[in-house]
Design a protein around this ligand. Structure first.
Ligand code: AMP
Length: 232
C-alpha cells in the first residue's frame, strides 16, 4: 500500500490534501497507523515503544525487512515530514531512534537470510531509512526497509517505484525544503522501473520485473552469505 495515492500535480508537501481528513466520521484506511499510536502496549504488530516513538512491522511489507517508526507527538503526527523535521529537537531524537532501528533491522536481515551462521559484513548498507515524498498514510512515519523489494506485497509499479526512485527520500538527506521534495518526486510513477540491483530497465513491464526480482533476490542473498568483509 506504499504511496498508493499520487499527490495532485502541484500539491504542497506541507499542506494536507482536501481528502486527507474526510471529516465525515467514516473510517479512512489512510488512518490505519493511528491504532498503533493509540494502544502500543496491546497491539501485536508493535515491536517496541517509548515516550517518543512506536515501531511496528509494516502490515504489507515491500521487502524482506520492513518496519515503520511512528512519532507519538500529536503535533507531529499529522505533519508532512518536511514540516516535522524542521524541529531540530524532534529531528535529533528521530535520527537517534532511526539509527537504532537501522542497526536492529540489519541484524534481523542477517538472521533471516543466514539463520545458521551470520557472516561478518556491512549488513546496514542493505537497509534504507527514509520517507516517501508524498506519504499515502496520514500519520507521520519513517520506513526502515531492506533493499531487495522481494515481497508478494509488491503488486504494482507504484509499490516498486515508491521505494526505488528519488520519491523515496533518505533521512540522511534532510534538511530539505518543499521545493526539493516536489522536484525529487517529479513524475516518479511515470518513470521506468529499474532493477534496484543490476540497473536493467524494465520500462513498464511489471511481470517481467517481478520474475527478475526473484532471481536477483537469490543472487543477492547468495552474495551476502558468501562474501565476507572486514568489518572494523
Ligand atoms: P507511505 O504512506 O506511502 O509512506 O507508506 C505507508 C506504509 O504503511 C506502507 O508501507 C503500507 O504497507 C503500510 N500500511 C498501510 N496500512 C497499514 C496498517 N494498517 N498497519 C501497518 N502498516 C500499514
Amino acid at each position: 500500500m506504499a504511496a498508493s495515492k499520487s499527490p495532485p500535480a502541484k500539491a504542497s508537501p506541507t499542506k494536507k490534501s482536501a481528502t486527507a481528513s474526510s471529516g465525515h466520521g467514516r473510517w479512512d484506511s489512510r488512518d490505519g497507523l493511528e491504532q498503533y499510536l493509540r494502544s502500543p502496549a496491546t497491539n501485536p504488530r508493535v515491536l517496541a515503544y517509548n515516550d517518543d516513538f512506536v515501531v511496528i512491522k509494516d502490515m504489507y511489507p515491500k521487502a524482506t525487512i520492513h518496519l515503520l517508526i511512528l512519532p507519538r507527538d500529536p503535533l507531529k503526527q499529522h505533519q508532512h515530514p518536511v514540516e516535522a523535521f524542521k524541529d531540530q529537537v524532534f529531528f535529533t531524537k528521530l535520527r537517534t531512534e532511526a539509527a537504532k532501528w537501522h542497526s536492529l533491522a540489519a541484524k534481523e536481515l542477517a538472521r533471516t537470510l543466514c539463520p545458521d551462521t551470520i557472516p561478518e559484513r556491512d549488513w546496514e548498507s542493505e537497509i534504507k531509512v527514509g520517507i516517501h515524498s508524498f506519504p499515502s498514510m496520514h500519520h507521520l512515519h519513517v520506513h526502515v526497509i531492506s533493499r531487495d523489494m522481494h515481497s508478494p506485497y509488491v503488486r504494482h509499479k507504484k509499490h516498486y517505484n515508491s521505494f526505488t526512485t528519488p520519491f523515496f527520500v533518505g533521512l540522511h538527506e534532510f534538511p530539505l525544503e518543499e521545493e526539493d521534495i516536489e522536484r525529487r518526486a517529479g513524475n516518479w510513477n511515470k518513470q521506468d522501473m529499474i532493477c534496484w540491483r543490476c540497473g536493467r530497465n524494465f520500462e513498464n513491464k511489471f511481470t517481467a520485473l517481478k520474475a527478475h526480482l526473484e532471481r536477483e533476490f537469490e543472487e543477492w542473498k547468495d552474495g551476502l552469505i558468501s562474501q565476507t568483509e572486514n568489518v572494523q
